[in-house]
Design a protein around this ligand. Structure first.
Ligand code: ZN
Length: 154
């Protein structure tokens, strides 16, 4: 759901609140990094060093390369690859999970003043992807991508 909203650019980032003339308490800049950038959809989910740390780690881990110009373009790009279905699913899941956890971390910091560690999130996403894949056990899709399976599940 959050991923879908992010694709639609509807999450209430501070930039969006400003555009809607909704008053914002405190800082209008991104709170996940210290770069002083306005918290836009594009910054938070693509350019922010916080999400980039996690995305790069997960892509290295899976051996998948994704263009990350913006979220919806990345998804379209994945869709257009001549990849096996399973590889596309893993790539889309990495994008979806990083967005989900970035938005959650942003809210924890914003509302509860809690800093979420990127390494912790990276481990959490790997665990979730493994769990999702284990539910596909026996199906043909993952078996068609033995190298990707091996990378992710070991
Ligand atoms: Zn940032």
């Amino acid at each position: 759901m959050i991923t879908w909203l992010a694709f639609q650019d509807k999450l209430m980032t501070k930039e969006r609140l400003l555009r809607l003339n909704i008053p914002i308490n405190g800082d209008i800049n991104c709170i996940l990094c210290d770069c002083g950038e306005l918290e836009t959809h594009q910054h938070l989910f693509v350019e922010c060093s916080w999400i980039q740390n996690i995305r790069v780690a997960l892509l290295n881990w899976s051996g998948i390369t994704i263009s990350s110009y913006n979220v919806s373009r990345s998804l379209q790009w994945i869709k257009n690859r001549h990849w096996r279905q399973f590889r596309k699913e893993v790539a889309a899941a990495i994008i979806g999970e990083t967005i989900y956890y970035t938005w959650q971390a942003r809210n924890w910091k914003h509302f509860r003043k809690i800093n979420v560690n990127t390494t912790f999130i990276e481990i959490q996403i790997k665990k979730e992807l493994r769990e999702r894949i284990s539910m596909l056990a026996g199906s043909r899709r993952p078996r068609n991508c033995p190298f990707l399976m091996q990378r992710i599940c070991n």
